[in-house]
Design a protein around this ligand. Structure first.
Ligand code: COA
Length: 247
């Protein structure tokens, strides 16, 4: 792992993007390392953050100079696969953003389940200003989060906004002076929640298809086979804190 650092604990992995180039641009090696770190820890909650001055200022523009159309196609296809993989990771994935989250860096944050940012962080998809378009699912995820009209305004002009405005638009969930610490607090809360219910909730909210209402009912039935469900109900009735075991 040359481009990221990984810190692991029992239920959490923290992935730090740490490139030698300033502002942590995302090249394919970095993306593959993030993919590998998450793939190797399917049961863990994930926090992604950036070392030094930024979360990530986007795809490595310097690498674009030598990119042929077929390379660009593969770059976007593989990048999109990795973003989908992150979005579908069974446990919650939280982006903790400071400095810049632009282009591919912001698309990485958009693929996460929650985004926490400093108020003065700069976020956006400025690709159009470079003569290209977002290639890691940014147009689609922005449309889903903001609706067509606001997403179009934002992406078509390559607007960059501060964390505070992103919070008002619903692009980030929270702002904080210390996004990593805030993310750790949320991760700790998740660690105390029943993992089976959490995985089903994530799947229902993040997966895209029309069968989800049926799936919701299926999962609702299945969850009643678990001891965590019984523990949750018992703890409520007995007025004590529930202790969930993942069974
Ligand atoms: N890819 C490669 N290198 C990048 C980069 C990127 N996406 N973003 C910044 N850098 C490099 C700069 O080339 C510069 O390197 P240098 O010191 O070797 O010249 C260094 O990071 C600092 O960037 P600089 O532009 O000098 O800092 P700044 O504070 O004036 O501006 C940004 C910061 C983020 C606003 C500006 O760098 C920028 O707009 N970056 C591109 C963002 C973008 O369009 N991302 C989408 C890519 S598809």
């Amino acid at each position: 792992m040359n481009n990221i650092e990984v810190e692991k604990s029992e239920k959490l992995i923290k992935i730090w993007i740490r490139r030698e180039i300033p502002l942590n641009p995302l090249n394919m090696d970095t993306m593959e390392e993030i993919y590998e770190a998450i793939r190797a820890n399917p049961e863990k909650i994930v926090i992604i953050a950036g070392r030094n001055k930024a979360f990530s200022a986007g795809a490595d523009i310097k690498g674009f100079l030598e990119m042929k159309p077929s390379d660009a196609f593969h770059f976007s296809t593989r990048g999109n696969d990795i973003m989908h993989f992150i979005a579908q990771h069974p446990m919650p994935v939280i982006a903790a953003i400071h400095g810049y989250a632009l282009g591919g860096g912001f698309e990485l944050a958009l693929a996460c389940d929650l985004r926490i940012s400093t108020k003065d962080a700069v976020l956006g998809l400025p690709e159009v200003t470079l003569g290209i378009l977002p290639g890691f699912g940014g147009t689609q995820r922005m449309k889903e989060l903001l609706g067509e009209s606001i997403a179009f305004d934002f992406v078509s002009r390559g607007r960059k906004i501060k964390g505070e405005e992103a919070l008002n638009l619903g692009l980030v969930n929270y702002t904080s002076d210390d996004p990593v610490k805030f993310a750790e607090q949320i991760a700790e809360e998740y660690a105390g929640l029943p993992p089976i219910a959490l995985k089903y909730i994530k799947r229902l909210i993040r997966k895209r298809n029309d069968r989800l209402f049926e799936e919701e009912a299926e999962y609702f039935g299945k969850i009643f086979e678990t001891s965590d469900q019984k523990e949750g109900a018992s703890a409520f009735i007995e007025k004590r804190k529930a202790h969930f075991t993942g069974r």
